[in-house]
Ligand binder design. Structure first.
Ligand SMILES: NC(=O)NCCC[C@H](N)C(=O)O
Length: 258
């Protein structure tokens, strides 16, 4: 049944120690990050999403980036095995949360690695970024988990940014948005719209044609507004210092049977 629930996870006290791979480290203000996270959660709620807080994982600096720990397809929650070892302790709390919501649970197993940030779903096509965090075995395990359910899994190389969804996300009509310098192969996507800012490539579909975006991409917001979309902008600056973006702070559960 259609549902509008979203998993979120409160940032922990060690957030400032989060991983940084492709950008220079900048000091993170944890109090400010908490305020930004609360405003992000409020934006979801204001658009009728019921937010479900996963038990905090205060030992894990990157636990707020909950998207990386689970991939949903229909009612199946695929618990990931994050590519960064320091993030592997994040998954048990997420597994508990999705199981208690009635999801069917499946897992990525060693030697596979997968970060949810590498998975972009557009209708029944699931693009999986093979890159720094997701390995070949991880891609194959996504295929084995979801193709029998009717998905088509398309693997794409990711070498310029942390995750596939650091480079591209998609509009409600399936058009892929990307900032060209971050995308390995734009031609792999059927409809591609180039945007002027890297964070402009990141949209969360709120429903009703509304797009949640970071306020760090005003030119892209203008472009998308001009194309008839409604943009809801939030400040996630402290998370951007850790290579986070709007997508990684939640996991939307749109087909639950419970
Ligand atoms: N899906 C995402 O965009 N996740 C961001 C993860 C950022 C975190 N600092 C990491 O490097 O794992």
């Amino acid at each position: 049944m259609p549902s509008k629930k979203a998993l979120v996870r409160r940032p922990g006290p060690r957030l400032a120690e989060g991983l940084v791979t492709h950008i220079e480290r900048e000091k993170v203000d944890v109090d400010r990050a908490v305020e930004q996270w609360e405003a992000y959660v409020e934006a979801l709620r204001a658009h009728d999403w019921e937010t479900i807080e996963v038990e905090p994982a205060d030992d894990c600096p990157d636990s707020v980036f909950v998207e990386d720990t689970v991939v949903m397809y229909r009612n199946v929650a695929l618990i990931t095995r994050p590519g960064a070892e320091s993030r592997r302790k994040e998954t048990p709390g997420v597994e508990e949360a999705v199981a208690s919501l009635g999801c069917s649970v499946n897992w990525i197993w060693e030697p596979g690695t997968l970060d949810g940030g590498d998975v972009l779903k557009i209708a029944d096509t699931i693009y999986v970024g093979r890159g720094g965090r997701t390995n070949t075995a991880g891609v194959q395990q996504v295929r084995a988990a979801f193709e029998p359910l009717g998905a088509r899994v398309v693997a794409v190389p990711v070498s310029k940014v942390l995750h596939l969804k650091s480079a591209v996300t998609a509009l409600p009509d399936g058009t892929v948005l990307g900032h060209i310098p971050s995308v390995d192969r734009p031609s792999l996507f059927p409809g591609f719209l180039s945007v002027p800012e890297q964070s402009g490539a990141h949209v969360v579909l709120l429903g009703g044609g509304k797009l949640l975006m970071a306020d760090s991409a005003p030119k892209t917001a203008e472009l998308l507004t001009d194309l008839g979309h409604e943009v809801v902008a939030v400040d996630i600056g402290e998370f951007e210092k850790l290579e986070g973006c709007v997508t990684c702070l939640s996991v939307r559960l749109r087909e639950l049977y419970a």
